[in-house]
Design a protein around this ligand. Structure first.
Ligand code: ADP
Length: 327
C-alpha cells in the first residue's frame, strides 16, 4: 500500500529554538522514524524573502538550518530534505493558487496581521500571499499530513480550501491535507510569556537548541516568573511545560505540586530546567559542530533531496498546466 505523505517546512530565519523543536521538528523525526510515511521536509527560503533579513544572512542561515535539521535527527536517507528554492515549481504553483484565492480569505490570516505589525515598514505583497505559497508547498507533493505548531493551523486550513477551490474550478485533482499538532502546540516566549516563542521577538525570548549550557542558564534567569513581575502564571506554566518535556517525570511532579502549594522556588526551577535542556541537546550540539565543517556533504544531501522532490513537483505541474489550460 502507498504510504501517506507528510510535508512540513521551516524558514531559514534563525537557529532552531525549543518552540520549533517541541512544536514541529521533534514530531518530524518521530514520524520519519516510524517508517509509516513518505516524508518531505523543506527549508522554505522563498518564504523567508517576505521578512527583513539581509541576503548575506539568509544565505548563511539556509545551510545552517539544514544542518540543524540533520543534527536534530532528520535523516536525508529516510526523508526527502530539500531547499524550497531548488524546486522552482513551488513558485509556479503558488502563482496559479494566487489566482484562485479570494483576497478576503487572506485578509483573515492572523499571522499576516501579526507579522505586519512587527515589520511595519515592510508590509510586502509576498507577506500577504504567503499562505498561497504554503498551499503550493503542501499540494505539490499531494501531502496528507502536515505536522506544524498551532500558529500554522489557519494556513493548513487555507491549503485545504485551496485544494477545494482548485478542484471545483478545474476538476478533481488535489487531496485535502490535515494538520498534525503535537502535544506541545505552542511554547511561549521567556520574556513575554503571553506571546509565542519566536526568533523575531529577539534573542532573549528564545532558547536555541544550539545554545551552550551557560547561555541557556543566563537566558533562563531572566525568564518572567511570579516574583519578577509580568503575567506571572503564564510564565511559570511555560517553564513547567518545558520541564515536563525535558525533565524527569518525578522532577516535574515535584515542581508542579510546589507551584500549587506556593512553596516553589523559581531560582531552583530555572537552574534544574536549564540543566535538563542543556543535557537534552548535548549530542545535538556536537553533531551540529561536526556537520558545519562538512558543507560539501550537506550540499550533496540537499542536491539529492531536491532532485527527488522535483521529480514529484514536475509531474504535478505537468498535470496542473494541462488542467488550467496552459498546455
Ligand atoms: P518562527 O515562528 O519562529 O518564525 P517558523 O515559522 O519557521 O518559525 O516555524 C517553523 C515551525 O515551528 C512551524 O511548524 C511552527 O508552527 C513551529 N513553531 C514556531 N514557533 C513555535 C512555538 N513557539 N511553539 C510551537 N511551535 C512553534
Amino acid at each position: 500500500m502507498k504510504k501517506k505523505i507528510i510535508f512540513s517546512g521551516i524558514q531559514p530565519t534563525g537557529n532552531l529554538h525549543i518552540g520549533n523543536y517541541l512544536g514541529a521538528v521533534k514530531n518530524w523525526v518521530d514520524l520519519q522514524n516510524s517508517g509509516e510515511y513518505d516524508c518531505y521536509f523543506s527549508v522554505v527560503d522563498y518564504h523567508s524573502l517576505t521578512g527583513d533579513m539581509s541576503a548575506h544572512d539568509r544565505h548563511d542561515q539556509i545551510i545552517r538550518t539544514a544542518v540543524e535539521l540533520i543534527a536534530a535527527g532528520i535523516d536525508p536517507e529516510k526523508s526527502t530534505l530539500f531547499i524550497q528554492s531548488h524546486v522552482a515549481e513551488h513558485t509556479e504553483l503558488a502563482w496559479i493558487f494566487n489566482t484562485i484565492t479570494p483576497m478576503a480569505e487572506l485578509e483573515r490570516m492572523t499571522q499576516f496581521k501579526d507579522k505586519s505589525a512587527r515589520q511595519e515598514k515592510n508590509i510586502n505583497a509576498g507577506l500577504f500571499t504567503y499562505p498561497a505559497l504554503m498551499s503550493a508547498d503542501i499540494l505539490l507533493y499531494h501531502a496528507n499530513h502536515i505536522p506544524v505548531g498551532e500558529d500554522q493551523i489557519q494556513h493548513v486550513e487555507l491549503a485545504r480550501s485551496t485544494a477545494r477551490w482548485f478542484n471545483n474550478k478545474y476538476g478533481e485533482y488535489f487531496t485535502e491535507p490535515e494538520a498534525l499538532i503535537t502535544e506541545v502546540p505552542r511554547v511561549k516566549s521567556l520574556l513575554e510569556p503571553t506571546k509565542k516563542m519566536s526568533k523575531s521577538l529577539g534573542a532573549g525570548h528564545v532558547i536555541e537548541i544550539s545554545d551552550s549550557p551557560e547561555v541557556i542558564l543566563k537566558k533562563m534567569k531572566k525568564a518572567v516568573t511570579a516574583s519578577e513581575g509580568g503575567d506571572a502564571s503564564v510564565g511559570v506554566e511555560n517553564l513547567l511545560l518545558l520541564l515536563k518535556h525535558f525533565g524527569l517525570e518525578k522532577q516535574y511532579k515535584e515542581y508542579a505540586a510546589a507551584q500549587k502549594d506556593g512553596s516553589i522556588r523559581y531560582g531552583d526551577l530555572k537552574q534544574d530546567l536549564s540543566e535538563v535542556i542543556a543535557d537534552h541537546f548535548s549530542s545535538f550540539r556536537e553533531k551540529r559542530e561536526e556537520l558545519l565543517s562538512h558543507h560539501d556533504a550537506i550540499a550533496d544531501h540537499l542536491f539529492a533531496g531536491a532532485k527527488k522532490a522535483q521529480a514529484v513537483a514536475q509531474k504535478t505541474m505537468e498535470d496542473v498546466r494541462k488542467m488550467v489550460g496552459l498546455r
